[in-house]
Each structure stands twice: as structure tokens, then as C-alpha cells.
Design a protein around this ligand. Structure first.
Ligand code: HEM
Length: 611
């Protein structure tokens, strides 16, 4: 057994990351361990993770979580009740955390480490990818990876080539970086289990029972449910409902009606978030019965207030989502916990039954929850909450990036405005606030390649998803260059498509927004991309890949197209500061999908047409 003081380990890791050690404010009598812990609270975040095998780990992620997450983690350290609970499930095999003195907060904290025994691969065996174990026992490379995944992986790619293994928080992850070899992971279904990881992540984050039929709570085939209700005819219904709900959310606001000739200033992200959340929520979960035709203004406003309340709860919950995925128990975050419970209460079947125009997805899931599962009422509601999150968490920032890049680029604005104008003209729509809502069907929206290219390009620049598969058994992975590597059962194989999205060999000037990057010279969608002169099968993967590819991807692109179309139709828009620099990507969600902007941008808008 290897035992190390927390202080030594943290000092090492902090030095490695070159973080400023804000020791000035520390009480003098604090020991080295206390100092190190204090640095963690000020500069680095820590997360307790209870893995499936009952291990506890203290994971320090440099600058990668929100301040709130960091503070809540620090609180957890000081909260003897939480620590005791964690200790109850510890196994000596991995790590344990001494109970700190409550009165002194985190003093005398000490971390004991033992190395993983069963699947230890710190020694590279013949035929396995090169391994990087990192400097810190158990954590391995977690700190450096968490601080900047793209830079971390690029540096290893340069050093090791197409595949390498990193120890991250006790797990061995094989990163495959060659896009020509992606198919060997995406297509090798029989060697990989994708369900275990997805199902357990959902349980951890949303608090419902396992949706894995093997665990006996339900016999629903979720994949089938998603395909049936998010694609085909159901997709057309979603698009139709979204078109109406978007206009409802955009145009019915009190202030806008009164001052329709004025410029309004708002945060661009705040605006996208509000409009898309409201419209998306109503589209999936329907409206209160009879309300669409309800003339009573006060009643409509009451409905809106409820949705805005759900939006605030969603924000609070979503903020700590990365920490939940990492394994921190939700009880540590009191506000996020009550936000999650409130959201779920709104999605209880008894409440959903009072709503009209509930989507096929939610109607079918309600039926299957009631007939095929043993979940209790709150458990069922939390399965719907998982879908609320899936439908919004990536769409909201993707909408922001699409609109931000569009407004900032005069050529994109011109081309997109013309495309929208042409489509509306063909559909014989005249824009005025007195006329009925604009309605464009799926086919008409599909016929808008410029908006399509803008959205794709915005997502290429902001997506950072991690595609994960777990090896079912020991097997040999064959790469495109005919190299073969042995993979051990339970190891993780990961693709990080951001490496490909920002590869200058594939995309010229990869950090630049080019609105027509995904257009051929004749204006049709471009689907041919090359790397070193060879045509790529995989060149764009913000929606994941293979069996786990996002089932809502078609709806997602359509709803963002609808949002942009309506904005361009109804409003003049400008950035308040035309030379504003592009917000940086908030890396705290790297691995989870579309990254959020680190800060909001002010924009102004006014109606194009006076009533
Ligand atoms: C820009 C918007 C979106 C992006 C970038 C996105 C991306 C993703 C990604 C990367 C995954 C995981 C794939 C994997 O693990 O390999 C996923 C899963 C999923 N997405 Fe999306 N998504 C978006 C919008 C939506 C929407 C609008 C819906 C539904 C209305 C949706 C429903 C789902 C569901 C249900 C899953 C889980 C699928 C499963 O586990 O079988 N997504 N999405």
C-alpha cells in the first residue's frame, strides 16, 4: 500500500499546473496539508467520485469547474455528514479520506492511496498502446486532462501517435486520435458495451432507477423509443409545434408589444436560452390544457412565469451537471438538488396529463413507464427530466454560437437573410405582426443549406464531446494503418472529435468561422472532406457516433434553423459592440457536448415591421 499526505500530492500537482498558490490569506498555524487543501478551494476544484465498485476518489480538476461547484466541493469536505456517508461505501482497495474535524473545517485531512490491483496496467504489456500513468497515484493524468483536454491530447498525439493510454482517475482510457481508424471503434459493436456507461451516468445525474432492462426495473427499449418518436412523422410534428412555440416565445412578450418600434438590448446567450428553453419545453411537454386559445392575458402570463421558473431551476441544475457525471452526490449541492426535484415535480405524470399537445416522445414514454416499468411516480418523472436535459443542454449553447457567428459575419448575414427571404417568398409569407404565424415545414427547412452550413460550422467550433465505449472482453483493435493493439476487458476506448474538428489538415484555418465551409460551389451541402489527400468517412461528429449517436440530432438542427429564420424575418439585430471578441469556450463541460460561452455578449434588436 502506498500512503501519501494530501499536502505532498497537491503541492506536486499544483506546481505541475503552475497555478498561483494563494497562500497569503491562510492562517499561519495551518499545516502543509491544510495549505494544500486551501489552495484546492481557491484555485482548483475537487470532486468526490463513487465509482461502481465503491471506490472513493478525490479528483482535483484545475480551473475546470464553475466556482459554485468548487465551493460546494469545499463545503462537502467540511461537511462531516457527507464525509461519513462516503466513508461508509469506501473500499480500502482504492482510497479513503480521513474524517476532518468539523470545527476546523478541513484541517487534518489526509488521503491514503492504494493502487488499483486487478487491472493495473502501469506496466505496458506487449501489444498494448503506450501508457501514461501521470505523476499522481490514482488520479493519473486527470489534472492535466481536466485543465485543457484539447492541448493535453494534442501533445500526446504528437508524442505517441494514433493511440495511447492515459490513466485518468483510476481508469485506463485508450484515446484513439486517427479519424481514419474511428470506424474500428464505431463499427466494432460486439467488443464494446456502450450501455453500461450511458445508463449509469443517467442514474447518477437524474436520480431515477436504472433504465437498463438487465437491471429489472423496466423492459422498455429506449433506443427504439427514441428512434420512433424523434424521427420520421414524429419529427414533422415536433417541427410544426416548435415553429408555433418559438413565435409564441419570441413575440408575445409584454414589453415588446408595447414598445415595438424601440431597440431592445439583451444578452445574446440569455435571449437564446430564454426563447429556446420556453419553446423547447412546450414542444416536448405540451401546454396547459386550453391555454393556446386562451384570450386571458393574465393566464398566459402565469403560464410563462411557470416556464421561466422551470428555466431557473434548469440553469441551477445544469450548472453542476459535470460534477454529477464525475460522481459527486447531488446532496452536496443543496440548491441544485431542490432545483432538480422541482423540475421533476412539474413532470409527474399527473401534471403531464393536464397538458395538451404533449409530444409523441413524452406520450409514448409515459405509456411505457406506466406499463413496462416498476418506477414510482417521482422515478418516472425523473426519466422525463433526463429527456428535458438531453433536449436542451446542448441545443441552448449551439443556438447561441450559431446566432453569434451569424451576427458577427456580414457575409453570413447577407447570405442567410437572402436565403430566408427566398424561402418565405416561395411559401408566400408576408411578415407582419398582425398576420398569422410563419409556418415552414420540414421540406422547406431542409431546403436552406446556408443556414445549415452556418449551424454546422458554429457547432464544429464549439463542440467537445467524448465518445466512450467500454471493452466487454480482451480483444485486439485493428487500426487503419494495420497496426493492432491489445485492449483489456473493462478498459475504456475514447474518441475526442474536437481533435478532428480543429485539425488544420482537415479544416483550413480551423479556428476561423467560415459560414460556407459546408457548402459546395453550387450551393449544395458539402460532404466531402480530406485529410492528407485521403477522403474521410468521419469528419464531423458533434452528435456522437454509431449506436450512441444522438437520436434528436435532426430535430436539433431544425429547431436552430427555425429560430434563426424567425429572428431574421422579424428583427433587425446588431451586436452592441461590433468589434467584440469571441467569448472563450467554458471548458468545464468538455466531454459533455457543446461548450457554453465563458461570458455573455450584448446585442440589440427591434422589429423590422411596425404594427
Ligand atoms: C445541438 C444539439 C444537440 C447535440 C450537440 C447533441 C449531442 C448529443 C450527444 C453527443 C449525445 C451522446 C452520444 C454518445 O454518447 O455517443 C446525445 C445523446 C442524446 N441526445 Fe442529443 N444532442 C443535441 C440535441 C438533442 C435534442 C434536441 C434531443 C431530443 C429532443 C436529444 C436527445 C438525445 C437523447 C435522448 C440522447 C441519448 C441517446 C441514448 O442514450 O440512446 N438531443 N446527444
Amino acid at each position: 500500500m502506498e500512503v501519501q499526505e494530501a499536502g505532498d500530492i497537491l503541492e506536486e500537482s499544483v506546481a505541475d499546473l503552475e497555478l498561483p498558490m494563494e497562500t497569503n490569506n491562510l492562517p499561519e498555524e495551518m499545516s502543509l496539508a491544510e495549505e494544500a487543501m486551501e489552495v484546492v478551494i481557491n484555485n482548483v476544484n475537487c470532486v468526490f467520485n463513487m465509482g461502481t465498485s465503491g471506490d472513493i476518489m478525490l479528483l482535483f480538476m484545475a480551473h475546470s469547474w464553475h466556482k459554485e461547484t468548487c465551493l460546494a466541493s469545499a463545503q462537502a469536505l467540511q461537511d462531516s455528514e457527507v464525509i461519513s456517508k462516503l466513508l461508509l461505501v469506501k473500499t480500502a482497495e482504492f482510497a479513503c479520506v480521513d474524517r476532518p474535524h468539523v470545527e476546523r473545517g478541513i484541517s487534518e485531512s489526509r488521503i491514503l492511496y492504494t493502487e488499483r490491483r486487478n487491472t493495473e496496467i502501469s506496466e505496458r504489456r506487449l501489444g498494448e498502446p503506450p501508457v501514461e500513468n501521470g505523476l499522481i497515484p490514482y488520479l493519473g493524468c486527470a489534472l492535466q486532462f481536466g485543465a485543457n483536454p484539447l492541448e493535453f491530447l494534442r501533445a500526446r498525439q504528437k508524442k505517441y501517435g494514433h493511440i495511447f493510454t492515459c490513466k485518468i482517475a483510476g481508469k485506463y482510457v485508450h484515446f484513439l486520435t486517427d479519424p481514419f481508424s474511428y470506424h474500428s471503434v464505431i463499427r466494432q459493436g460486439k467488443h464494446f458495451d456502450w450501455k453500461k456507461f450511458h445508463f449509469s451516468t443517467s442514474v447518477k445525474a437524474f436520480g431515477h432507477g436504472s433504465m437498463d432492462p438487465n437491471d429489472g426495473n423496466t423492459t422498455e427499449n429506449l433506443h427504439e423509443t427514441f428512434v420512433k418518436t424523434l424521427q420520421g412523422d414524429s419529427l414533422s410534428n415536433l417541427i410544426e409545434a416548435m415553429m408555433e412555440n418559438l413565435q409564441h416565445a419570441m413575440l408575445q412578450s409584454n414589453a415588446l408589444k408595447v414598445n415595438s418600434q424601440d431597440w431592445f438590448t439583451d444578452g445574446l446567450y440569455a435571449f437564446c436560452y430564454r426563447v429556446m428553453f420556453e419553446a423547447g419545453y412546450l414542444t416536448l411537454f405540451g401546454k396547459e390544457l386550453n391555454s393556446p386559445k386562451e384570450k386571458n392575458f393574465a393566464r398566459q402570463e402565469a403560464q410563462r412565469a411557470l416556464i421561466l421558473n422551470a428555466l431557473e431551476n434548469f440553469k441551477e441544475f445544469d450548472k453542476i451537471f459535470p460534477a454529477l457525471v464525475a460522481g459527486l452526490p447531488i446532496h452536496v449541492f443543496k440548491n441544485a438538488y431542490s432545483a432538480r426535484e422541482n423540475l421533476a415535480k412539474g413532470l409527474l405524470h399527473e401534471n403531464l396529463r393536464k397538458r395538451d399537445n404533449v409530444s409523441d416522445l413524452i406520450s409514448l414514454r409515459m405509456f411505457l413507464n406506466d406499463t413496462l416499468s416498476t418506477f414510482d411516480d417521482m422515478g418516472k418523472a425523473k426519466t422525463h427530466l433526463a429527456l428535458l436535459w438531453a433536449s436542451q443542454a446542448n441545443t441552448l449553447p449551439a443556438t447561441f454560437w450559431s446566432l453569434f457567428y451569424l451576427i458577427r459575419s456580414p457575409e453570413a448575414m447577407k447570405a442567410a437573410t437572402e436565403e430566408v427571404h427566398n424561402v418565405l417568398e416561395k411559401a408566400c409569407h408576408k411578415i407582419s405582426l398582425n398576420s398569422t404565424f410563419i409556418s415552414l415545414n420540414r421540406e422547406q427547412l431542409d431546403n436552406m443549406p446556408i443556414l445549415g452550413s452556418i449551424i454546422k460550422e458554429a457547432m464544429r467550433l464549439s463542440s467537445a464531446s467524448l465518445n466512450i465505449r467500454v471493452a466487454r472482453e480482451d480483444f485486439t483493435l485493428h487500426l487503419d494503418n494495420n497496426d493492432a493493439y491489445n485492449i483489456r476487458k473493462d478498459d475504456i476506448v475514447a474518441l475526442y472529435p474536437q481533435l478532428m474538428h480543429l485539425d488544420p489538415e482537415i479544416y483550413n484555418d480551423p479556428f476561423m468561422f467560415k459560414y460556407d465551409r459546408y457548402l459546395n460551389s453550387n450551393g449544395t451541402e458539402k460532404t466531402t472532406f480530406y485529410c492528407n489527400g485521403r477522403k474521410l468517412k468521419y469528419y464531423y461528429m458533434p452528435f456522437g457516433s454509431g449506436i450512441t449517436k444522438c437520436p434528436g440530432r435532426l430535430f436539433a438542427v431544425h429547431e436552430i434553423k427555425q429560430f434563426l429564420t424567425l429572428l431574421l424575418s422579424y428583427f433587425e439585430m446588431e451586436l452592441v459592440d461590433k468589434n467584440v471578441s469571441c467569448p472563450s469556450l467554458d471548458q468545464s463541460r468538455a466531454g459533455l457536448g457543446i461548450l457554453q460561452p465563458a461570458n455573455d455578449i450584448e446585442f440589440k434588436y427591434k422589429f423590422k415591421f411596425v404594427i
